[in-house]
Ligand binder design. Sequence first.
Ligand SMILES: NC(=O)c1ccc[n+]([C@@H]2O[C@H](COP(=O)([O-])OP(=O)(O)OC[C@H]3O[C@@H](n4cnc5c(N)ncnc54)[C@H](O)[C@@H]3O)[C@@H](O)[C@H]2O)c1
Length: 256
Amino acid sequence: MTDRLNGKRAVVTGAAQGIGRGIAEAFVAEGAEVLLVDIDAERLAATANELGQEGLVADVSRKTEIERIFARVAAKWGGLDILVNNAGVTHAAELDELAEDDFDRVFAINLKSALWATQSAARLMGADGSGGSAIVNMSSVNAVLAIPNQIPYAISKGAMKQLTNVTALALAPKGIRVNAIGPGSIMTDMLRGIMTDQAAENRIMSRTPLGRCGEVEEVAAVAVFLASSESSYITGQTIYPDGGRLGLNYTVPVKE
Ligand SMILES: NC(=O)c1ccc[n+]([C@@H]2O[C@H](COP(=O)([O-])OP(=O)(O)OC[C@H]3O[C@@H](n4cnc5c(N)ncnc54)[C@H](O)[C@@H]3O)[C@@H](O)[C@H]2O)c1
């Protein structure tokens, strides 16, 4: 353990598993106290228990639920230093098949949640005289690249770039920094749901110059950096741990 986040109070959404869990784990290892938020009650309880932190079951797609999360934060700590808007889902559908409900659900979870959580969190950040607050949004390479049947996902992540930019500007006078992380293909359940056969794996690898999927810890390391004072002059930016994908035109060879 090092202490880059010593004494910091952090909320991480979508923290029961995957990247969110990895971030919560890394924050705790760096000395932070973390409130883990997730909709999956059973998995959240297990993860929170393993990390020795509090878990709060909530559906971040609803503003009333967001308000309940930050009421708990106010009661628990009286202030807040770090928010990670990580909860997110995909929905595969061709353009002609896409339904309004599915679009609205993905947008509410991936994007709207981050806006209202940022609003609520900002009210608590620095209010108790503490400084150096930071918000980290989970974007994706799909903010700037796209997969034709991941329509709401790509639009939500593209909009996350501007949500990050505009809230960074709005909160700069308060000294609150807002940045985003745009991962490539990271080995979690979300990716396992997409990388279902050899052809899908080859497609992904042909667009991954480093030749492998990323690990949760490699995204968590960026989150620690963006949450800590090491990134004290960075705001409004998206950092892409993507194995080189965004720089690649065409494809790289894959092992058959
Ligand atoms: N895995 C990847 O390759 C990858 C790449 C780029 C971006 N991302 C982004 O990283 C984030 C985490 O993805 P992951 O791969 O860890 O996914 P995951 O499916 O493993 O975990 C997502 C977590 O969010 C929770 N969640 C879903 N809906 C929720 C809701 N309404 N309220 C509260 N919690 C909710 C789930 O229960 C789950 O614990 C997402 O925003 C995703 O878009 C992932």
